[in-house]
Design a protein around this ligand. Structure first.
Ligand code: ATP
Length: 258
């Protein structure tokens, strides 16, 4: 099966520091792939280089078999590679529904340029309602985005990403700053996403990682230390050693992830 995403020797350097150093990685269609590693391992840099937020210094990014290394972030998004941001990208003064409707219309402007306005309006409304329902925000449609809790704002961002009809969604530390209850709701939301949707998640909360991912890649000093199914990663001695020195190291892999 052709991988949906393939990185070949991907490198990003900040001056003389290779924060991402020759990374090879494949993500198959429908896979839920988590990227983990201790602080400074290069996760954010790799994420941004794949999304097109940062330019690669070397190597290549293939998406659905096409080389997209030279494409801008917006062009990657048009092809179905979408990312979320750690810092909210919402229009806080608009309603929850309007935020999603704007994302839906961005797609329609391209796909249905010649459609009549009334038809387009009804279609936007229906799609907006469907995406809000999918993320559990149907009851908040008319509230201002500013009135949502932190966790609900992340749910809204997922609705906006879904509106763009992605093939691959990249989540950047989605549960950062969430309460335990919000994290639980968010994990349930990710579990409920269509199984055909491919996910790449950078996440610090290893409970969330081992709950959601069917494949885990560990970065260390900009390189891939290990990549495989969660149970193999948890048992990997090198991976454990890479986390040594981090706070509560021995607790990192001892939770009940069943
Ligand atoms: N804008 C920058 N300029 C120079 N060096 C940077 C820059 N951003 C990150 N780095 C360095 O690149 C390396 C990788 O950083 P990166 O943020 O990608 O790691 P990370 O795994 O995401 O870390 P964290 O888990 O703490 O977010 C680190 O040594 C970091 O200090």
């Amino acid at each position: 099966m052709t991988p949906l995403l393939e990185l070949r020797g991907l490198t990003h350097a900040y001056g003389s520091l290779k924060a991402v150093d020759g990374v090879d990685l494949t993500v198959r269609p429908g896979e839920r792939h988590a990227l983990i590693g201790p602080n400074g391992a290069g996760k954010s840099t790799l994420f941004a280089t794949v999304a097109g937020t940062l330019a690669a210094s070397g190597g290549s990014v293939l998406f659905d078999g096409q080389d997209i290394t030279g494409l801008r972030e917006s062009e990657r998004a048009r092809r179905g590679l979408l990312r979320t941001y750690q810092h909210s990208s919402l229009f806080l003064d608009c309603s929850v529904a309007d935020n999603v409707a704007l994302a839906v219309q961005r797609v329609h402007r391209v796909a249905h340029r010649l459609d009549r306005a009334a038809w387009r309006f009804r279609r936007t409304e229906a799609e907006t309602a469907r995406h809000l329902e999918a993320v559990g925000l149907a009851g908040r449609a008319n509230d201002r985005a500013a009135d949502l809790s932190h966790g609900e704002r992340r749910q809204l961002e997922v609705a906006m990403v879904l509106a763009a009809r992605p093939a691959l969604v990249m989540f950047d530390e989605p549960t950062a700053g969430m309460s335990a209850a919000e994290t639980e709701r968010f994990a349930e939301l990710v579990e409920s996403l269509p199984s055909a949707l491919t996910l790449l998640i950078v996440e610090h909360d290893l409970d969330v990682v081992f709950r959601l991912a069917d494949r885990v890649t560990v970065l260390y000093l900009g390189r891939v230390l290990a990549s495989g199914p969660p149970e193999r990663i948890r048992a990997d001695e090198e991976v454990r050693r890479a986390y040594l020195g981090a706070a509560r190291t021995d607790e990192l892999f001892t939770g009940d992830f069943s």
